[in-house]
Structures are given as C-alpha cells and as structure tokens.
Design a protein around this ligand. Structure first.
Ligand code: ADP
Ligand code: ADP
Ligand code: MG
Length: 666
C-alpha cells in the first residue's frame, strides 16, 4: 500500500477546506483545484498549491475528468479526495485516478458504479433481506403504459432519478393527471444534472423520518456502523438540519437499522466511508433509500458524538490501516448541524447568489465549516450552501441552545440567507420536542417560523438604521462636517425614511424623526410608535441607544448605498432604504416578466401572440442546477419574448412582455 504524502482535493467550497484542514494536521501536502471565478475562493487560500482549470461551469472545471487527470500528473500527487457532489460518485473518475497510479480516497470504482444507481442498489438491499419500496422504471414508458403501471391506489408516488443526488430530479405526484408531465420534468432534470434520464416511481411515504447510518470499512473486511443521523428537516427533499443521534429511536430499532446498513455494505465488500440512507415511517417500518459512496455533507455531527475524524480515517483506510482496533464506544452527547444557504425561504427557497459583505460566527460556541468569509461571492453556478454550523452539547437541548445563540449573534450580511428560518425552527415547539419528519416544512410555512426580534428591539433597530443613514449622509457632506447629523435648514417638519426588509415580521417601516442641534434625537416615530430614545454612542461600527431603560448596542454596516444592516447579540435586521425618487431606468413596463434570479433559459413554454392565463408557466430558468418556473404575472397575450433557450439572464432582466386582455369595448 502506498503512503499518502500529498493529496489533490477535487472539489471546492467548505468541503475542500474541511479536507485540507485534516490533511494538514496529518502533515500531508494539499493541492487544490479552482475554476477561473473561484480564484479568490477560500479553498484556494488554504491549500499549499493550487491549479486553475480554465472555465467557469462545473462541466469545464470540477466535473472535467480530463483536466483533473492532467493536474494529477503535473502535481504528481499520491492520492485524490473527491469530497461530495461533483465527481465523488463517478466511477470513471475513480478509475482514472487509479490508472494514474494514484490512490482514490473512497470505495472501488466497481462499488461506486453498483451503488450509484438507486434502482440497482435497491435490488441488492432486497437480496440482503433489507426492506425496500417497490420501484417501477418508467423512463421509456408511453403515456398508456405509464398509466397502466401506476394505479390510483398507489398514490401518492415519487418519481426519482436513479442516479440522483441532492434531492434533484424528484417529483411527487398526488394525481394521475400530473404523472406524465412530472415524469418528463424529472427526466429533463435528471439528464441535465446527472447526464442520465433513468427515472423510476416508488410509493411516497407520508410524514417519514430520514435516518442514515455512517459506515466505515477497511480493506480487510472490518465494517462498522458509526451511529445514526436523523436528517428529516428538509426542503425540496434536501436536508437543512441534521442531528446525531436520532432522539426517538428505541435501542432495538437503532440496532436493526444499523445491522441492515452494515449488511448492505458487506454485501458489496464496501471499503472506506459511506452512508446508507433509510426512511422510517410513522409505524416504525424502515426502508432502504440509497447508499452514498462518499463523505456525507453532515458527517460533522457523527464526528462530534464519536470523537472520530472521518476524513483522517478515510485517508488512513486508503493507506491500508486496519480498523480491527477501532474503538467505537457509546455516543457522547448530542450534535446538531445547520446548513446555511444563500436562498430566500419566502420566495420558495429560491437561490439568492450574491456578495457576502460580512461573515462572522463565534467559533468558540460552534464548529463552522465554510468556504466563504468576509467579502466573498456566492456564484449562481455552484451549490448555494454557504456554511455548515455544528453544535455539540451534553444533550439535544444544549446543542440547540448553542446554535441559536451562535446564529443570533452572527454577523452575516449583504446576501439573503435562510438564517432567520433556521433560528425559527430551533425555537419551534415540534422541533424542540423532536417531533421531526420530512414534511415539517410543509406543515410549518417559513413565514410562520421566522425568528424576529421583539418589538422594542425592532423599534431600536429602526432608530439605529436611521442614525446610521444620518451619519453616513453627514460623512459625505465633507464641507459641512461640523453640522449636526440631522441638520437641515427648515426644522419645522419631521424627516421621513422608509425601510423595507426581507423579514416577514416587518415588511415595511416608516420612520419620522428630527435631531436637535446637539445631535440628540428630538423626535422619533416608527410606524406610529414613539418611544423616548437617546443616542448613547455613535462610531463607525456601533450605535448605542437607550430606549426607556433598555440599553442596546447595535453593530451596523451600510452597503450598496441603500442597505443598512444592524445587529445585536439577539438577532439582526437588514433594512433596505426605499429611495425617495424611483430611477426611471429601474421601472419596467406593466406586464413584464422579470427573471427572478440569474440563470440559463432552458425552456420556453409559450409562443408570441399566444394567449395566456395568469400564473401560467411561461419559461424555465435553470439556476444552481434547479429548474425554476417563471409564470405570467397577468392574463393576456404574449406580446414579445426577449430571450431564447440557452440564454444566460441576469436578475430582474425583462424576459417577456404580456399585453393585458382588453375588455370588450362597448
Ligand atoms: P448528503 O447526501 O451528503 O446529505 P446532499 O444530498 O445535500 O448531501 O448533496 C450534497 C451535494 O452533492 C449537493 O451539492 C448536491 O448537489 C451534490 N450531489 C449529490 N449527489 C450528486 C450527484 N450524483 N451528482 C452531482 N451532484 C451531486
Ligand atoms: P437523493 O439522492 O437526492 O438524496 P434520496 O433517495 O436519498 O435522494 O431521497 C432524498 C429525500 O427525499 C429523502 O431524505 C426523503 O425525504 C425523500 N424521499 C425519498 N424517497 C422517498 C419516499 N419514497 N417517500 C417519501 N420521501 C422520500
Ligand atoms: Mg439521499
């Protein structure tokens, strides 16, 4: 077995940084890859050596076997760690690595191939005596055959991409009329994301929990299950909160699921780290879903409760370490992980790529795995996950408490994220009582979960934002810098500022205020509420306010001219100042169809001059590997379509214009 002295990390983002960290601790030299837009990304800064792959898309870069093999040869590395996503479950890549006399840190190409297909791995699980849900391959069925193969009593069913991952290429069908279109959409998504359109149908289990077992296996037949993780809090069938251990499993069920996972791994002579995923229904029956032949996104929660470094073990296993002496004792405490995403929970979790202004979380409280830092770009080309935040406590309550505090006191601004939703979930009673299942976010709409500061704090935050705006205005008036901050010629009227925010608790705030000549607040009214407020301190980073007897210091930042972020240890708000005059260039013709995000047009569903209903699908934009439908804003006729399939569009670009239906003239 070859020693591993250098590793190429064939990935990006947080997982590349995570792998580099352990490799360095082991004294191993790290070589990273990056696309041309990732040149400033964090993973390129922490690696010992970096090779730039020409191009920006995943296909030209992180998914390009040919280019990566060239790097393997040039850098002369001993091993390759593929991370998760990208080429991590690509058997051809693993084979190419091995053919270049390099160690692939993962299972063999044969095992990757076998377990890569969900259809195939389900057959294997069944053979090992593990319960599975029956599946029907519907890829090449005609409409008639399709309707014959799925009956009304089978509903609801789930259409899944056999090679799928990350919850993509999945469609739930509750009504037979929707079946064919759903199959076609799933096939398109599967083809685009996984280069294979094989899709199958299985029973859709309602209100299940997602339970998975971490597997570790050496090259000598020692195979272990390293506890379970529960990952039921999901949106779009992708996890956003994971924990270990599962709070509700009985010892018997825990053992049965773990034994099933180990027997599946053994049946294919699995080696290295992997994860066997199951769903557990309300009656306590569990079914095998798939095996992920790689390091899992949520591996840190297992690390927290087991004390193991899974990346270190992966490297050691690949070097030929026997796990015979591996001690896996009982789990230590409880760990919970949150996935922080650049997405807008109030716009159907639409990806929200952009510029991160500040990104700071107290790492004394939590473990932070991220590929971003202050002043980073989250590109629309790659996955929208910004970071994983992991807390470990003596029990579940303690882990949750730490997460809440770390998130509320974090300084994350410039970009829309799911942070307040995550805090809201951590505070919601069903979650607190571990009544978690994969339908959780269908029961609890983001608008009802979102965390929000209490009323006095919101009032103070609006005051702080107002003071920040006044201070900023003063600092741009260089010649008049001796004037009081709110100075104006005519002081008889209150000044007015209008703020909006992305938080559903306070969509719009109107602040009326005036300052006296000593920079004290004369009057301040926020949405008709007036509280006695005194400015205690103002400097370039902090504003201290005394409201009645409540003293609060707000951190603040102003960016993009009209955006003001204010933060406290108990939460934050990002305000948008509504400009007094709307820039005519920014206004659009009524009936315009606007791109809700940057992306690529993949389908146009209506022609010019066609008549359309309000809410009808008109275009499909693909962004961050998801298909997003753009619907018509009004009923009428399609006057013009300004884009074609394949076009790259930017946020808020006008895509088409719908002429409103004319009422018949009398
Ligand atoms: P996990 O299964 O570890 O919980 P996810 O399902 O969230 O992780 O997927 C992790 C990442 O890997 C996501 O970025 C997802 O888009 C990507 N991914 C997963 N499977 C595949 C695959 N087969 N091909 C391409 N990307 C994938
Ligand atoms: P992926 O490869 O995208 O991770 P999985 O098969 O692991 O696909 O499923 C992802 C998620 O989708 C599961 O965690 C679960 O929430 C949901 N899911 C998958 N299959 C079913 C099913 N048959 N019934 C209910 N939910 C399912
Ligand atoms: Mg899965």
């Amino acid at each position: 077995m070859k020693n591993i002295d250098s590793i190429l990390i064939a990935n990006r983002g947080e997982i590349a940084c995570r792998i580099i960290k352990t490799a360095k601790q082991m004294g191993i030299k790290t070589v990273a890859l990056c696309s041309t837009i990732d040149i400033n990304a964090l993973h390129t800064k922490v690696a010992d050596e970096v090779f730039v792959l020409d191009g920006t898309s995943s296909l030209e870069t992180y998914l390009n076997i040919e280019k990566i093999v060239k790097v393997i040869q040039t850098a002369n590395v001993d091993a390759v760690h593929p991370g998760y996503g990208f080429l991590s479950e690509n058997a051809n890549f693993a084979k190419a690595v091995i053919d270049n006399n390099c160690t692939f840190i993962g299972p063999t190409p044969e095992v990757i191939e076998t377990m890569g297909s969900k259809l195939n791995s389900k057959l294997l699980a069944k053979k090992s005596g593990v319960p599975t849900l029956d599946s029907i391959d519907v890829t090449s069925l005609t409409k008639e055959e399709l309707l014959k193969s799925v009956n009304r009593e089978d509903l609801p069913v789930l259409i899944k991409a056999s090679l799928g991952g990350g919850g993509k290429g999945m469609r739930v069908v509750y009504n037979l009329d929707e079946l064919q279109e759903a199959v076609e959409t799933a096939k398109r998504e599967a083809k685009s994301a996984f280069s294979d359109e094989t899709v199958f149908v299985e029973k859709y289990i309602e209100n299940p929990r997602h339970i998975e077992i971490q597997i570790l296996a050496d090259l000598f037949g020692n195979t272990f299950g390293v506890f379970e993780r529960e990952c039921s809090i999901q949106r779009r069938h992708q996890k956003i909160i994971e924990e270990a251990p599962c709070a509700i499993l009985t010892d018997e069920l825990r053992k049965n699921i773990s034994d099933a996972a180990v027997s599946i791994a053994k049946s294919v002579n699995y080696t290295n780290a992997g994860t066997v995923e199951f769903i557990l229904d309300q009656e306590g029956n569990f079914y095998f879903l798939e095996m992920n032949t790689r390091l899992q996104v949520e591996h840190p929660v297992t690390e927290a409760i087991s004390g193991l470094d899974l990346v270190k073990l992966q490297i050691e296993i690949a070097q030929g370490r026997s796990l015979e002496d591996l001690k896996i004792s009982s789990p230590n405490g409880h760990a919970v992980e949150l996935r922080l995403y650049a997405e807008d929970p109030y716009k159907d979790f639409m990806p929200s790529p952009g510029h991160i202004n500040s990104f700071e979380i107290d790492e004394n409280i939590v473990r932070l795995d991220t590929g971003y830092s202050n002043n980073s770009e989250v590109s629309s080309i790659y996955d929208p996950m910004i970071a994983k935040i992991i807390a470990h406590g003596n029990d579940r309550h303690e882990a949750i408490l730490k997460l809440k505090y770390a998130l509320k006191s974090a300084k994350i601004n410039g970009i829309v994220t799911n942070k307040d939703l995550l805090i809201g979930i951590l505070e919601e009673s069903e979650f607190v009582e571990a009544k978690t299942d994969t339908f959780y976010l269908q029961r609890h709409k983001p608008e009802t979960l979102t965390y929000c500061l209490d009323e006095t704090r919101v009032f103070q935050a609006a005051v702080a934002a107002t003071v920040a705006v006044a201070v900023k205005a003063k600092s741009t008036l260089v010649n008049q810098s001796a004037l009081p901050i709110g100075w104006r010629n005519l002081r008889s009227q209150l000044e007015i500022l209008k703020f909006t925010s992305n938080n559903p608790c306070f969509k719009e705030l109107i602040v009326k205020y005036s300052f006296d000549r000593y920079n004290n607040l004369d009057a301040i009214i926020v949405n008709e509420t007036s509280l006695n407020s005194k400015i205690v301190t103002v400097d370039t980073e902090k504003i201290g306010l005394l409201t009645n007897n409540s003293l609060c210091y707000f951190d603040y930042e102003i960016f993009d001219q009209n955006r003001i972020w204010v933060g406290t240890p108990l939460g934050d708000i990002e305000f948008k100042k509504v400009p007094e005059f709307v820039d005519p260039a920014e206004s659009v013709v009524a009936g315009s169809l606007i791109a809700p995000m940057p992306g690529t047009i993949t389908k146009i569903l209506a022609e010019e001059n066609a008549s359309v209903d309000i809410g009808q699908d008109l275009l499909i934009i693909e962004a961050m590997k998801m298909e997003n439908k753009v619907v018509t804003p009004i009923a009428g006729t399609v006057a013009s379509i300004m884009v074609k399939v394949g076009d790259q569009v930017s946020n808020n670009q006008v895509l088409a214009i719908i002429k409103e239906e004319q009422t018949i003239e009398e």
